[in-house]
Ligand binder design. Structure first.
Ligand SMILES: [Ca+2]
Length: 399
């Protein structure tokens, strides 16, 4: 990844595909209970309320005045601002800082300071708008990018170096060594590409300047606002400077590129040092990926997919592709609808989905996906992503 710039869309496929298409995690942003308050910070709800809140309200008033002037002078602020623009000048950003403080029981002044120093990143909003050319989806090209010799060699090295930890995760969670290896390879090449934008900047930009052109702008904007809140709560809990967290333009962090709410809910300490560190601890990343899969209905021992022959002139593709990647068909259903199944697939007792991986204008590639294939797409809502993870992991094991 380059030293400073947001990467173009095509270099960011995993993180991009994952974050905009992951609405369900926003619901995990329910206010924390007092149990989750970090005792080490010495704050409880009543003690932070009066003086901190008063100071924050004063600051909010000052910023609202400053912001009002800015708004009159630059009505299209988000279109024209330079990258040096700070969210401290935006009244709605400072008002949201207070909401975050209340929701997560954080000191209002601390939250206000953090958001006040966040910078607008003009290159981030356009990256959120889906491509107007979905026909350009191309599994062959995607595969060439993520299942290629350099990444496969990195996967083999990772497997060699981390086999004991990977095996421990497999034993404890039932998530196979090769799947965890595939995820961390496709996401960040084992920590080589973890993103180089300050998370406070990217999440503030997506919270306060989400592109209106997005077809589901309101829902996605709400998602990123919740992630900004979760990020600040995480930073406060970890007692690390807000500005020190780097990530993708969508705010995904660390070796496994967890969004903040997922870090809070699902990341684990797997090296036993008492800290959850997805940036510096490979073991924590491995355990957290396995824990994520279990939380998303990974079934130990179940295959991910089967090969399938599809005669496009004979198969009822409209019916077969209607449920998309959600497994709903029995093996007998699939045969009745015109597919030719291998003996293993024909004998498989669970539900299956016909997975179509488009290859641009060329013929599509097809697989039968199980509930475990579907589980991989909960990490990133893309069947190309899931198949790349599977194939990279397999290549590492067999290489
Ligand atoms: Ca740890």
């Amino acid at each position: 990844m380059g030293p400073s710039a947001v990467q173009p869309l095509e270099n960011q496929a995993p993180a991009l595909a994952r974050t905009p298409l992951r609405p369900l995690y926003a619901v995990n942003m329910a206010p924390r209970t007092d149990d989750s308050l970090p005792a080490a910070h010495g704050h409880d709800r009543s003690s932070i309320a009066a003086p901190d809140r008063r100071r924050a309200l004063t600051r909010l008033g000052q910023m609202a005045l400053a912001g009002a002037g800015t708004a009159i002078a630059h009505p299209a602020w988000s279109q024209t601002a330079s990258s040096a623009a700070l969210y401290g000048q935006r009244p709605e950003a400072m008002a949201y800082a207070l909401e975050i403080a209340e929701q997560h029981f954080l000191p209002p002044d601390w939250v206000a300071d953090a958001i006040a120093q966040a910078r607008f990143l003009p290159r981030v909003p356009p990256l959120m708008v889906p491509s107007p050319h979905p026909a350009a989806r191309n599994w062959a090209a995607y595969r060439r990018r993520f299942v290629e010799p350099i990444r496969i060699r990195a996967a083999q090295r990772f497997l060699d170096n981390e086999i004991r930890t990977l095996q421990r995760a497999q034993d404890q969670f039932g998530v196979p060594v090769d799947i965890i290896t595939g995820i961390l390879g496709v996401e960040t090449i084992y920590g080589q590409q973890m993103g180089n934008l300050r998370v406070i900047d990217s999440l503030s930009t997506l919270s306060f300047d989400f592109p209106r052109a997005h077809p589901r702008a309101q829902a996605r904007n709400a998602y990123f606002k919740a992630e900004l809140a979760a990020f600040l709560a995480l930073s406060f809990r970890q007692r690390k400077p807000v500005q020190s967290y780097m990530g993708s333009y969508a705010g995904a962090m660390g070796l496994p590129q967890f969004m903040p709410s997922n870090w809070a809910r699902l990341a684990i300490d797997f090296d036993g040092d008492g800290q959850v560190d997805l940036f510096g601890s490979t073991a924590d990343a491995i355990g957290s990926v396995a824990n994520y899969f279990i939380a998303h209905q990974w079934t130990p021992g179940m295959p991910t997919h089967f090969e399938v022959q599809v005669d496009e002139s004979r198969a009822d593709l409209a019916t077969l592709l209607e449920p998309d990647i959600k497994p709903t068909f029995t093996a007998a259903d699939l045969q009745r609808l015109g597919l030719t199944l291998s003996p293993q697939a024909a004998a498989y007792p669970g539900p299956l989905a016909l997975i179509e991986l488009k290859n641009g204008t060329d013929r599509s590639t097809y697989y039968l996906g199980t509930d475990n294939f579907y589980a991989i797409t909960r990490y990133n809502w893309s069947s190309s992503y899931a198949m790349a993870v599977i194939q990279l992991g397999q290549a590492a094991m067999t290489g």
